[in-house]
Design a protein around this ligand. Structure first.
Ligand SMILES: CC(=O)N[C@H]1[C@@H](OP(=O)(O)OP(=O)(O)OC[C@H]2O[C@@H](n3ccc(=O)[nH]c3=O)[C@H](O)[C@@H]2O)O[C@H](CO)[C@@H](O)[C@@H]1O
Ligand SMILES: C=C(OP(=O)(O)O)C(=O)O
Length: 426
């Protein structure tokens, strides 16, 4: 297993270009199953989750290539609607195949998806959405089989604005007969990106970005070329890293409108932020100030995917901050690791009470999930001495070579991979 070795204490400085969004690219790649023909997607980052999605598409019979940051998928040759259990379990986003496969083949066999251990992460809203569209669903253990000759449009209300369920239902409804409305839909920018992609192929969807999405079913889609939006969570991660190390960075290829809640939080902490088109400049000369209360909630509120990273900045801030996590019940695993670096954080149910300390100290820590891992990297950059972050594969799910990206900003960070023994047993 790879490790990241970080020599901390150096402010980040310089300019980088932000990668395309993992959470936009994954459903878009799955949606390429809805069209027979060659789809080209630009600005797709090189990530473990993207590799898994492309391997699933290949297993279903598609041609899929990823060269530089462009993916080409041709699903004309797809023959299967059965996603193997092992691939399903490799990540949460495998669930995105359910909607497109039932729409294309009238049937799909999947298994409970895997993914980071950040909470229970049920799929009941996905399944209920498909049932409302007329799918018959049988569950046997972890195996789920869905059938529907042709899905029929319906009015669907989500009990919670789930990002994945909204996207899965949108993809299933695109080729359904008649009109579908999703109320209490999630409003994340990645959902707007999926709408734009599907509409570029001829779908008729309006409302993404609001809480009501309307999909008028069409007979077929036509292939297209499309570019995914910038990754707001990677952008936010680097912004926080700049603040925590008291650095000065310029980020290109960003969408500042997608980061309003983070920009607000950072400005309250005394961090300087300047926005100019798709460029964000972040500067922080002094110790950040504590923030009384941050609550993670669905977009446009503060994102759960930036909770752990911002907690590192607050662990170094002047005063006591409180962070409440309302989306995932298991998303405070970084706290124990940060405590090993000298942070003073107490967790009570879903609230973390963070008493800022003047400095953190390098330690060997473990990335327990994707964003917890990113938080530990920030802590390593901002602390005194050497930090070793283990279980880097979690970070590789969402950051395209994080050490290269941060190295461009002057960070002293390198990857250590196990030495292969060439099959020779000593
Ligand atoms: C690939 C992708 O886009 N991942 C993002 C997506 O995940 P994901 O789509 O899995 O997140 P959801 O919005 O669906 O989940 C939010 C909450 O709803 C619950 N829930 C969800 C579905 C369901 O059928 N039943 C149910 O109870 C979940 O357990 C969780 O507590 O949104 C999350 C919330 O912004 C982000 O942290 C993830 O980075
Ligand atoms: C939780 C995340 O992703 P996923 O839903 O793919 O597990 C994330 O991107 O932080």
């Amino acid at each position: 297993m790879d490790k990241l070795v970080i020599e901390g204490g150096k402010p980040l400085s310089g300019t980088i270009v932000i990668q395309g969004a993992k959470n936009a690219a994954l459903p878009i790649l799955a949606a390429s199953m809805l069209v027979e023909g060659k789809v080209t997607i630009d600005h797709v980052p090189k990530l473990l989750d993207i590799d898994v999605m492309l391997n699933i598409l290949r297993d279903l019979g598609c041609r899929a290539e990823h060269s530089n940051d462009t993916v080409m998928i041709d699903s004309s040759s797809a023959v299967s609607s059965h996603v193997p259990e092992e691939l399903m379990r490799s990540m949460r986003s495998s669930i995105f195949l359910m909607g497109p496969l039932i729409a294309r083949f009238g049937e799909v066999t999947i298994y409970q998806p895997g993914g980071c251990a950040i909470g229970e992460r049920k799929i009941d809203l996905h399944l209920r959405g498909l049932m409302s569209l007329g799918a018959q669903i049988e569950e046997k253990g972890s195996r789920i089989v869905c059938h529907a000759k042709r899905l029929k449009g319906a009015e669907i209300h989500l009990d919670f604005p789930s990002v994945g369920a909204t996207e899965n239902i949108m993809m299933a409804a695109v080729l359904a007969e008649g009109l579908t409305t999703i109320s209490n839909a999630a409003r994340e920018p990645e959902i707007q990106d999926l709408q734009r992609f599907l509409n570029t192929m001829g779908a008729k969807i309006i409302g993404a970005g609001t809480d009501t999405i309307t999909i008028e079913g069409v007979e077929k889609l036509t292939p297209c070329r499309y570019q995914v939006i910038p990754d707001r969570i990677v952008t936010g991660t680097v912004m926080v890293a700049a603040a925590a190390t008291r650095g000065q960075v310029t980020l290109q290829n960003t969408n500042p409108a997608h980061l309003t809640s983070l920009i607000h939080v950072l400005r309250r902490a005394g961090v300087q932020i300047a926005v100019d088109g798709d460029i964000i400049k972040v500067g922080c000369a002094n110790r950040p100030k504590a923030i009384e209360r941050i609550v993670t909630s669905p977009y446009p509120a503060f994102p759960t995917d930036l909770q752990s990273q911002v907690m590192v900045m607050l662990a170094l801030a002047d005063g006591v901050s409180v962070m409440k996590e309302t989306i995932f019940e298991g998303r405070f695993k970084h706290v124990e690791e940060l405590s090993r670096m000298g942070a003073d954080i107490r967790v009570d149910l879903n609230a973390a009470f963070i008493r800022g300390v003047p400095r953190l100290y390098g330690a060997t820590v473990e990335a327990t999930d994707l964003r917890a891992g990113a938080a530990l990297v920030i802590a390593g950059l901002a602390s005194q001495g050497r930090t070793v972050v283990e279980q880097v594969h979690h970070i590789d799910r969402g950051y395209d070579r994080i050490e290269t990206m941060l190295g461009r900003l002057g960070a002293r960070i390198s990857r250590q991979s196990p030495v292969p023994n060439n099959g020779i047993v000593p």
